[in-house]
Ligand binder design. Structure first.
Ligand code: ADP
Ligand code: NA
Length: 333
């Protein structure tokens, strides 16, 4: 099994990013390493060129994201962690595959239609060909599996169509058709002040989210001030269906403790938030404190983070270079 997954680079990561994404990658890395497979995680800095980001911010968020992943448990000995721009085979294979991909296929991509909107003439060419780069990202490693959310299923189908057409056109069996990798459902973490809104870095109020850089006092204070209702916790999750704030705190507790939400309500049934919130804050501090401390040390030493990315890129390049060469050979380049 070889898994390849790209990660958008963003700064200011929060508890929702950790429980909904990063913690899942760490689990995936450990599962795949245990079976002798390979896990490649890349920071999608080439993809980020489709949005206008100041260069200094692009560089900073790449380092911040890499540091956060390392702090949260991505182990550079188990997974290959690198940024896309440092492995030129991604862009080179993308160009080769642009001879294979059809305008009509790309024009049908929902994400292109959504993002370009009515302004197709003003959209960048890269926004249109984005899914071809995504295809190259996985085909260049002959990935067997790609973790995909709902919104990315269409792009994985496209990667399979491109691989099939390339193999047919050039009478080769070069590309493996990647399968979707289904991991256990990630929890969706809501704002601490509004059970109907997702916890997000774009929320103007800092009290709505736990940042991965928050100190212990800030974590405790944010949970203390989290919105709840006066009723005690019931003994089933079903009974929390119309109490979104309470349900969110139970969901966070369960995800941090690697337990089911039902086992958490069973333990706290009949107790109020005066008891539950401090227990949740203690748990969050115990789980997030060490990650924050590692993150702080890494951000103080960005050269060490860069060194990890350089080594990851070398390992990725060693896998990608023969594939690129074979694709060049197949096409007569
Ligand atoms: P934000 O919404 O803060 O801008 P992003 O859109 O950059 O976060 O998301 C990065 C990753 O984190 C994605 O995989 C996304 O699904 C996950 N994620 C973001 N917010 C949450 C949340 N509140 N709960 C669970 N997962 C989340
Ligand atoms: Na977002």
């Amino acid at each position: 099994m070889r898994i390849v997954s790209g990660i958008q680079t963003t700064g200011n990561l929060h508890l929702g990013n950790y429980l909904g994404a990063i913690k899942q990658w760490v689990a995936m890395q450990n599962d795949v390493a245990a079976t002798g497979g390979d896990c490649l995680f890349f920071l999608a800095d080439l993809h980020s060129l489709t949005v206008a980001i100041p260069p200094a911010e692009r560089a900073r968020t790449t380092i911040e994201m890499a540091a956060t992943l390392l702090a949260a448990g991505i182990d550079p000995d188990k997974a290959i962690l690198f940024n896309q721009a440092r492995v030129p085979a991604h862009a080179e294979l993308c160009w080769i595959l642009q001879g294979t991909a059809r305008m009509g296929w790309l024009g049908r991509m929902t994400q292109w239609k959504d993002k370009a909107g009515k302004n197709r003439e003003g959209a960048s060419v890269g926004l249109f060909t984005y899914p071809v780069l995504q295809a190259a990202d996985v085909l260049v490693y002959n990935a067997t599996h790609v973790p995909v959310g709902e919104d990315q299923k269409q792009h994985l189908e496209l990667a399979r169509d491109i691989a099939t057409k390339f193999n047919t056109d050039f009478d080769t069996e070069l590309f493996t058709l990647p399968e979707p990798f289904v991991s256990k459902a990630a929890p969706r973490i809501m704002s601490l002040r509004d059970g109907a809104a997702k916890m997000s870095k774009s929320d103007p109020s800092d009290m709505t989210r736990i940042n991965l850089t928050d100190d212990d006092d800030a974590i405790a204070q944010k949970f203390r001030k989290a919105r709840t209702d006066p009723a005690p916790l019931p003994d089933t999750m079903d009974a929390l269906a119309d109490r979104p704030e309470a349900r969110n705190l139970v969901t966070i507790f369960a995800a941090l403790a690697d337990r089911t939400p039902q086992s958490v309500v069973t333990e706290y049934a009949g107790q109020g938030f005066g008891t539950f919130k401090p227990a949740l804050a203690d748990l969050a501090i115990a789980r997030l404190g060490p990650i924050r401390d590692r993150l702080t040390r890494l951000l103080d030493n960005p050269d060490a983070v860069t060194a990890h990315l350089v080594r990851g890129a070398e390992r990725a390049d060693a896998l990608a270079a023969p594939m690129l060469q074979a694709a060049q050979h197949a096409t007569g380049l």
